[in-house]
Unconditional design. Sequence first.
Length: 379
Amino acid sequence: MKNTIFVTEPSLPPLAEFIPYLEEIWENKWLTNNGQFHQQFEQALAEYLGVRYVSLFTNGMIALQIGLQALRITGEVITTPFTFVATTHAIHWNSCTPVFCDIDPVTYNLDADKLESLITPKTTAIMPVHVYGNPCNVEKLQRIADTYGLKLFYDAAHAFGVRTHGESVLNFGDLSMLSFHATKVFNTFEGGALITNEPKLKQRIDFLKNFGFAGETTVVAPGANGKMDEFRAAFGLLQLKHIDEEIAKTRRVAERYRAALAEVPGITLMEDLPNVVHNYGYFPILVDEVRYGLSRDALYDKLKANGYYGRRYFYPLSSQFPSYRHLPSAEPGRMPVAEAITERVICLPIFANLADECVDRIAMLIKDVEGEISEGNCA
Ligand SMILES: *Cc1c(COP(=O)(O)O)cnc(C)c1O
């Protein structure tokens, strides 16, 4: 029987290490609302990431929604179609209109060179995504935001621990969102955070994630409930002790793939970017059907038939879903780079404990274009 290898497998610490944290929670009987683990985890994360303020959330989606509220974004928000739908949905849930901008052919991030022509009198913010943890063109985006008086809010769901020129990528813009969902590099089962350098913004975010309460009887805004509980904050504290080792192991997997797939005609790999510390959360490849000899979907199906479940992140484009495809900026032909990449991309399985034999089998299946079946399964 074949075991299935999914695109990722969550990192979990040894269970025994978590028990003392649980005992403490049972002892204190303080389960949520800014408890001691919540406070410790916010502090520890800020230190680990090299950022000023962290506000923890119960998931990344609500962090995006509350971030937009905290920044008082209205009207039109320029964003990328090459992302997980949560980015676009958050804009919609805040009664704003997403305006889609094409992506850069090297990083697959919102193309700062194509952004200015989309700005209208209704534009109030730019919402780019550091896709696969590759940093956006942060300097150019900041220049444009400053020139036009726009807010800059990064969806950094993929960018845990990523650094550019020695600086956390989370320090750019007005606000950044992290996701600690089970499938992300760093997980708390579900979870998320907003990162800012602004103390007043941090305070407003903390009010908004707790129903707008600013004191026992003072409600300053129509907030929501986005709080992270003590269970997951404690788990996050423990995860932090292991994350460096997990990322180092995942990096070795990426290097093994790169060595094995370096010279396959029609298969393009993403290389590490200069002056960037990566987290190796994703291993995207691009399939050029003509040069490779199989379509992207044919290769995806073949890997799946052998028990290796890659994912076509991000296909379809967010702008192609029924909720958004009527928008003028979503019209086919307006984003040629995004439209091409979404048809060619597969993210291969990658995680800290992916065995060398699995990487080798997956690489073999890709290299053996004609072959259908690999001998046995690696797991
Ligand atoms: C995972 C993800 C989110 C949503 O985060 P959750 O914690 O799952 O709510 C948002 N944006 C992107 C780009 C993501 O990959």
